[in-house]
Design a protein around this ligand. Structure first.
Ligand SMILES: Nc1ncnc2c1ncn2[C@@H]1O[C@H](COP(=O)(O)OP(=O)(O)OP(=O)(O)O)[C@@H](O)[C@H]1O
Ligand SMILES: Cc1ncsc1CCO
Ligand SMILES: [Mg+2]
Length: 270
């Protein structure tokens, strides 16, 4: 199953429309290319519907929100829904400001998302308004452990029920939850939280994987998370510090194949 999902990305070169932030935009474009997709970044209101139409998926990332891009996000999201394209939301910093929290609420109301991927503090904010967000990073107080995991799964399931989306929570342990299924992924490396954009890049890869596998959104999300985490593990064995870690992370994604992934993936169901 996983093999076919990776092959579909590499064979189909899905075009991914990104409305994203100006901090990590270049890294997101490069990781989409590295995993076999083709990125296009476009947030101008007068073109977003056309761009969405030629793409296979849409990634909305609220990292550097402004009034102009909010309207573009809503317009592109509705267009993608009409076309049945997967739409993926990265609620960067939800909980850190009223604008972010209210915009995410509006997006969820007006656009049907296939996947919502955030860190635990962001997802807690969406689910219950209680995430103790530290800007764009997860708060230590929210972290998922083997002890609190059952309550986190329950929260994610409720959010999935409310939104109709697959909920992906990243961190030391990654969780992927919908109404019926729970996957736990233990790939990854602590250095991933020492560069900016590991999460944004992960969401971009989910966009490419869902674009090539629109009828297997939960499987595509799990596979993308394993792939990204494994690339982090590989990069950590090669780097000299955080900057070369990012370079090796993109290198690892560009040389990943189904065999390497199958050998390294750490997925559990619950
Ligand atoms: N301590 C860790 N150990 C293992 N993997 C980690 C760790 N921290 C982050 N990761 C991995 O890094 C990726 C990004 O997750 P993270 O939760 O850091 O996203 P984020 O907070 O949204 O990041 P950003 O906002 O900087 O883009 C995921 O693939 C996750 O598994
Ligand atoms: C640091 C930062 N600030 C807004 S978006 C972003 C990238 C990581 O989420
Ligand atoms: Mg993030």
């Amino acid at each position: 199953m996983l093999k076919k999902i990776v092959k579909n990305v590499q064979n189909q070169t899905p075009l991914v429309h990104n409305i994203t932030n100006y901090v990590t935009v270049n890294d997101c474009a490069n990781i989409i290319l590295a995993c076999g997709g083709s990125p296009i970044m476009a947030d101008e209101m007068t073109e977003v519907e056309e761009i969405t139409t030629i793409c296979q998926s849409l990634v909305i990332n609220i990292g550097t929100l402004n009034s102009r891009t909010i309207e573009a996000m809503i317009t592109a999201g509705k267009k993608a829904n009409q076309l049945n394209h997967p739409v993926i939301l990265d609620p960067v910093g939800a909980g850190a400001s009223t604008l972010r929290t209210e915009t995410v609420e509006r997006l969820i109301k007006e656009v049907k998302f296939s996947v919502i991927r955030g860190n635990i503090s962001e997802i807690k904010t969406l689910a219950a308004g209680t995430g103790q967000t530290l800007g764009v990073d997860a708060s230590a107080a929210d972290l998922v452990t083997d002890k609190n995991i059952d309550s986190v799964i329950e929260m994610a399931r409720t959010l999935s029920e409310k939104t109709g989306a697959v909920i992906a929570i990243s961190g030391v342990i990654d969780l992927v939850v919908d109404i019926n299924q729970v996957f736990m992924i233990r790939n990854g490396h602590p250095l991933m939280s020492k560069i900016t954009g590991a999460g944004c890049m992960l969401t971009a890869v989910i966009g490419a994987y869902c674009g090539a596998n629109p009828n297997q959104v939960i499987e595509a999300t799990v596979t993308a998370i394993c792939a990204m985490g494994l690339c982090g593990e590989i990069a950590a064995t090669k780097c000299e510090g955080t900057s070369s870690f990012k370079m090796h992370l993109i290198d690892a994604m560009s040389t990943l194949n189904e065999t390497i992934l199958e050998g390294g993936m750490k997925i559990e169901t619950k």
